[in-house]
Design a protein around this ligand. Sequence first.
Ligand code: AMP
Ligand code: MG
Length: 397
Amino acid sequence: MSRSFEDARSLILDNISRLPAETVPLLESLGRALAVDIKAPFDLPRFDNSAMDGFAVRSEDCQRPSVTLQVSGYIPAGGRAEPAVESGCAVRIMTGAPIPPGCDAVVPFEETEERASEVVIGGPVKRCDHIRFKGEDIREQELAMSSGCRLRPAEINMLASFGHSELSVHRRAKVAILSTGDELVELGHPLSTEVIVNSNSWSLAAAVRELGAEPVMLGIAKDNHASLREKLSAGLQYDALITSAGVSAGDRDFVREILTELEVKQLFWKVDIKPGRPTAFGVKGVTPVFSLPGNPVSSMITFDQFVRPALLKMMGHSQTDKPLFKATLKEAIKKKAGRVQFMRVVVSNENGELFISSSGDQNTAIVCTMLRANGLAILPAERDYFAAGERVPVQFI
Ligand code: AMP
Ligand code: MG
């Protein structure tokens, strides 16, 4: 039985469990999913401080168009907020330095005139001007980041401010990659005209690594029971197994048969999509097995649509879907109704509006149009014609 695209995706996600957490040094957490909620352990900023290089003043002193104040002190960044500033006085202050008691505004240098131990200030000065207040970024005990959030440089910045030199994140998935086919040779093998280099293992490994998971290359299984049995059982020892080819209707397409023998429960083996119809998915215990088609383009697209969200979920990410944009078709498209079609497209931005046009030949054996594409248009199954000027969903690749 063939599955709809949406059913196949939810069936996969429903069968993925999250990997356990581990503690890693702060920088190692980049790109990974947080395994705990993080609350602010204190207010940020921790104290009222100056947002400018200038003079800290008492705003009540500076309500006339021009006032002259006595410069009574200097506070560099990292300095102490002492002593309290008396009426009629101002303190030279640098960005980030603590505001001394008595002051409630900072006047930037550009708006002042310094004369020996005095400064002339043009008023009126508003209370609170150019001060960053304690807790205005985040308050003590406020939720800063939720479990499942992907750690980017911004998150790492705040975690460092909170004093986290190490962090609890979900483990990286170790993902076995196995190509199958008697025609395949490994990269490095002398290249005669009859052979096909196993390029899929490389694109799949690259895609796995791009997600922050660890690819484990299992090489090539021949199209026979013994070879497949050996390699597939080895692959089942990892967090996930991805195979390419050998799942269509060819007379040597044994992958599914051997997976069943190895007690992998098959959940589907055909999806109403193009390309990528002969995509199969199964599980053995908590180990998911993705059997992708052999055509390089099909294997890349089915990885993107099925394996990517699954591995992200496994590695604890709460955001598993790529954002979907609407883009306007530059030319009309015909397709057969009944399957979701992934079209390799060039997305361009013209005056703020997204446009798409085909990146060329959509045959699945053509890899060049994948190289030329920066997006995949996702054309709904039920439709068979899209007019130029229509807006259709697209994802960046
Ligand atoms: P199959 O799914 O076995 O019918 O393979 C479909 C097409 O993809 C055939 O032309 C294969 O030669 C090609 N193919 C299969 N596996 C790979 C691979 N690992 N690397 C590159 N091409 C492949
Ligand atoms: Mg084959």
